[in-house]
Write a protein that binds this ligand. Structure first.
Ligand SMILES: C[S@@+](CC[C@H](N)C(=O)[O-])C[C@H]1O[C@@H](n2cnc3c(N)ncnc32)[C@H](O)[C@@H]1O
Length: 213
């Protein structure tokens, strides 16, 4: 990031990666499995929020093709432009989820796949709580993260300098249940992105339901 660059750090990284991100992660079987589980439980024509929608593939495209109404939100202008082009059946907005007000119980489901990692722990906790309130009681929340005990750790991701904050799998699961969500499915597996500068990373996928009442 240059000194003049005042965009959110995630926007700088993902503006630079664009379609390279999609190509590097396209082989993730647990991501496809998470979407399959979500589709199994979603009523027809559900309204779904995809937080950090990236290029729109696979998440928004899979859900849209299954007949659901998808709103994608992303802080990277490049990603929003790519997603709108690749998934014309969904709606995409340029916004930072930390600052985006969400009406309570306004979605049947919310997805946030790997989009929390450039936020502080307090921000991730607040965003997950906000997403939990944004789904109707009984609604679904699908989350994925890189479960590591790191705070503002400097690293290089697919050739881009990044700072990453996360939680252990146990602490992230506690954060999710603390937001009033009951975990229905949990899958953890290592994944190596298809990119010459990538290294294996742990992936954690959670599917949760907002408890009624
Ligand atoms: C690792 S990518 C994952 C993209 C997509 N969810 C997927 O799994 O293919 C993370 C995405 O989240 C977006 N993002 C990160 N922080 C965000 C924020 N505060 N608000 C909205 N989007 C954010 C990034 O711009 C990026 O497109």
């Amino acid at each position: 990031m240059t000194e003049e660059d005042h965009r959110a750090p995630a926007a700088v990284v993902f503006d630079a990666l664009g379609l390279d991100y999609e190509q590097a992660f396209a082989g993730s079987a647990p991501h496809r499995e998470s979407l399959r589980r979500l589709l199994e439980l979603l009523p027809p024509g559900s309204r779904v929020l995809d937080v950090g929608s990236g290029t729109g593939r696979p998440t928004a495209r899979t859900l849209t093709e299954a007949g659901h109404r998808v709103l994608g939100v992303d802080v990277s202008p490049v990603m929003v432009e790519l997603a709108a082009r690749q998934v014309p059946g969904a709606e995409f907005r340029l916004a930072d989820i930390r600052e985006t007000p969400l009406d309570p119980a306004s979605f049947d489901a919310v997805c946030a796949y790997f989009s929390l990692l450039q936020m502080s722990r307090a921000e991730q906790t607040a965003v997950v709580a906000k997403l939990a309130r944004a789904v109707r009681p009984g609604g679904l929340v699908a989350l994925a993260t890189v479960p590591l005990d790191v705070e503002d750790a400097e690293g290089v991701f697919m050739g881009q300098p990044v700072r990453v904050t996360s939680f252990t799998a146990e602490a992230f699961t506690r954060l999710v249940t603390g937001a009033g969500l009951a975990v229905l499915a949990r899958e953890q597996a290592p994944f190596t992105p298809a990119h010459p500068e990538a290294t294996p990373e742990p992936h954690l996928f959670l599917l949760a339901r907002r408890e009624a009442g």
